[in-house]
Write a protein that binds this ligand. Structure first.
Ligand code: ADP
Ligand code: MG
Length: 704
């Protein structure tokens, strides 16, 4: 037996705070339990009432002669602790605490919540809530509706968790309207004991639950969520509404990665992407997708056929398809011929198949059957704009019949004109054909299915472990920590990059004086080419902003001029220089930025993008959460808009993508090995066609 069985599969239920007064939660819950025909005994408990809903009422749980698995608690908050204590003594194993007035109201509530936790631990009880609207299990052996929502759930295969109670009521109502069957439902409340993660694990192993919907406001433990969700999403789709984060921290973040990460709310996206969770931004969208996933098989690929009786909506659907990265199916010649033979000459036998306004159910049958049979078609969108004369119901029935006959291909319908189509829409929903009122919504649902299928088919990839010198980094970090420094010096950064075998250009550091100048000139001779001089000082984060970077210096004079300029700058600004970095000049590469920023909830976020103006202006970057696999590294690179610039446009040589992927994975290993690193900016990494020439020419590392 699972610990959560006491809550979701109880043999008997007590309702503590049951009431005979109208319009009280205590009455509604008992009513729902009875009306939904709970398969075990119900025990109302209330010291003041004798009978609730014609059932004998007990003064306390202690008085109930039979064993009780689950207690629903709806007493005022000041009585909750005492009641919970009694439940423990009675041997009850599961609690659902509806009562509010806990941590959501501040200090006193928080204290009460802590005490409640202590009672749970003392007796080994598990709890949903407090401050929630209850739980549901529609399974025929259980039939538990322990909520005060007015809507009775339809049994089905959707596990639904909601962090908002009020929304929970609305959700149940919409689900019923859409004929979306629920397996289990939980309003999570304050998540004091049972977390969203616990519930996900529970539903992973529940054979009735085939899809999970979530309304989330926060993650308790995002890293654990990632693990669990990833394992579930391989077999059961998870769709989640997650309200966006605020811009908090954006101002505080000093690195590119940090600022971009917080401004784009990428952490949640990166995490969902990693674990295959489908993120939506509204409840509306949540249900749009759920209706499709619940009722239809996943498409095998993204070649879509459209059957319509009106041109406009088909064009809109086509536009949405193409911009969503899907394709209009190219129909087989035989399909087109068949259509031409059986449709009137004004109709279009090409995809979108336009049956024109006079189309009746027979014409729909011809077209739907033809495209569903066509091997070039992976999914079908049936659009219907009800004209006068034609009965929508008959067309709906044809769509249903055709889908039944070719059940392995998804069919989604778009019925515009909700008034005329009312009955037809209900008929379609009853028969598991998702209905949308706009062509775009139909397409977005298909797109989500297509993306999910792709995620599922994707190989897992491996997290590579490179041979590195961990000890060296350990020493540098503990030294910096003992001096309470948050920013590492250039030489420390260089040592760390060396220890993890990032390719660096030849360089030397010299003092900013006559002796240093001599050394710089000597170094430049030894490299044989031109050099770059960079002013090093502790307070100088962006060197080129203050003219602290001089590139492509070829002669002694140019180097000497740069030195004098640096000296003047230091005097003007009263900054003490740490020295001058002399680097070999790397010519002709493409500039990339690699970064990492620790998100306090999600851990190390790795960033990739084109460097220079691309990162500043276009924000063309991608993110993933460390540790990243080899495949994720390649995906990060591919997913930026500027990717074609790397593969070689207009006769340019392509750069070495593997070298970039390797640098990303080494970065991932470094930050996973050392959680004390708060941020890294490698900007730029210069990349070339040949791997050997790729070099990190500038980097910064900050500590927690
Ligand atoms: P900062 O970011 O502090 O301003 P960088 O060291 O990144 O300073 O240098 C600024 C720019 O100068 C780089 O983006 C790159 O275009 C160029 N640059 C710096 N070092 C080199 C080098 N060794 N070879 C070629 N170009 C360089
Ligand atoms: Mg830089």
């Amino acid at each position: 037996m699972h610990a959560l069985d006491a809550i979701f599969r109880p043999q008997s239920v007590a309702v503590i705070g049951a009431s005979s007064k109208d319009r009280t939660i205590g009455k509604e819950i008992v009513r729902n339990l009875i009306a939904y025909e709970f398969q075990g005994p119900i025990f109302p408990v209330n010291p003041q009432a004798k009978v609730v809903h014609s059932i004998k009422c007990y003064k306390s749980v202690m008085e109930i002669p039979d064993p009780v698995d689950l207690a629903i608690i709806v007493v005022p908050s000041k009585f909750v602790l005492q009641v919970a204590e009694e439940c423990g003594q009675k041997g009850i194993k599961g609690l659902v605490v509806i009562t509010a007035g806990f941590k959501e109201i501040g200090e006193t509530g928080l204290e009460r919540e802590k005490q409640l936790s202590a009672v749970l631990h003392k007796y080994g009880m598990r709890m949903i809530g407090p401050n929630c609207m209850g739980v549901i299990n529609t399974h025929a052996d259980i039939k538990l509706d322990a909520t005060f929502a007015p809507t009775q759930p339809i049994p089905g295969h959707v596990g639904f968790m909601s962090q908002s109670g009020a929304l929970g009521v609305a959700i149940l109502e919409i689900a019923r309207e859409l004929n979306l069957g629920i397996s289990m439902f939980a309003s999570m409340g304050n998540k004091t004991d049972i977390s969203g993660n616990d519930l996900l694990e529970y539903w992973r192993d529940d054979p009735e639950t085939k899809m999970i919907l979530m309304y989330l406001e926060s993650f308790g433990n995002p890293r654990k969520f990632t693990q669990i969700a990833k394992s579930i999403a391989r077999t059961k789709p998870i769709i989640s509404v997650k309200a966006g984060r605020t811009l908090q921290g954006a101002a505080a973040a000093s690195s590119h990665t940090g600022a971009l990460a917080s401004s784009l709310d990428v952490a949640t996206d990166a995490m969902f992407e990693k674990c295959g969770v489908i993120r939506v931004s509204s409840i509306d969208e949540l249900f749009n997708l759920a209706a499709a996933f619940d009722a239809q098989p996943l498409p095998k690929d993204n070649r879509i056929a459209i059957v319509t009786n009106a041109g406009g909506p088909a064009i809109m659907a086509t536009d949405a398809l193409i911009s969503s990265g899907m394709r209009l199916a190219t129909l087989e010649e035989s399909t087109k011929q068949h259509l031409r033979q059986h449709l009137p000459p004004e109709a279009s036998a090409n995809n979108p198949v336009d049956l024109i306004a006079s189309a009746d159910e027979h014409r729909y049958k011809i077209a739907l059957e033809a495209v569903l049979r066509d091997p070039n078609v992976d999914a079908v969108i049936a659009i219907f704009v009800p004209p006068i004369m034609i009965t929508a119901n008959a067309v709906a029935q044809t769509i249903i019949d055709m889908h039944r006959q070719y059940a392995d291909k998804p069919v989604l319908s778009c019925f515009m004109g909700q008034q005329e189509g009312r009955q037809a829409i209900a008929l379609l929903r009853q028969n598991k054909i998702p209905v949308y009122f706009f062509p775009e919504h139909t397409v977005y649902a298909l797109k989500a299915m297509d993306q999910y299928r792709r995620w599922r088919e994707k190989p897992e990839g491996t997290i590579k472990t490179f041979d590195v010198d961990r000890k060296a980094v350990e020493q540098i970090l503990s030294q910096a920590k003992s001096e309470n420094r948050k920013q590492l010096s250039f030489s420390e950064v260089t040592s760390i990059l060396n220890a993890y075998h990032f390719p660096l250009p030849a360089h030397t550091t010299v003092p900013l004086d006559g002796k240093g100048l001599k050394e710089a000139v000597e170094f430049s001779k030894s490299t044989g080419g031109s050099v770059v001089l960079k002013l090093l000082a502790a307070d100088l984060t962006h060197k080129s902003d203050v003219g602290g970077v001089k590139i492509d210096l070829r002669t002694e004079k140019e180097i000497a001029d740069a030195f004098s300029e640096f000296e003047m700058k230091m005097k003007e600004r009263h900054i003490r220089p740490d020295g001058v970095l002399v680097q070999e000049m790397i010519k002709g590469g493409k500039e990339l930025v690699l970064g990492m920023n620790v998100d306090k909830n999600f851990g190390a976020l790795i960033m990739f993008g084109l460097g220079g103006i691309y990162v500043e202006v276009l924000k063309d970057v991608s993110f993933s959460i460390a540790p990243i696999t080899d495949l994720e590294a390649h995906e990060m690179i591919k997913s930026i808009k500027g990717y074609p610039l790397l593969t070689g446009v207009r006769g340019q040589m392509p750069v070495n993508i593997d070298a970039i992927a390797e640098a990303l994975q080494r970065l991932s290993q470094l930050v996973t090995d050392f959680p004390d690193i708060r941020e890294i900016d490698i900007n730029p990494l210069l990349v070339f066609h040949e791997k050997e020439k790729c070099k990190v020419v500038d980097a910064r590392i900050g500590l927690i």
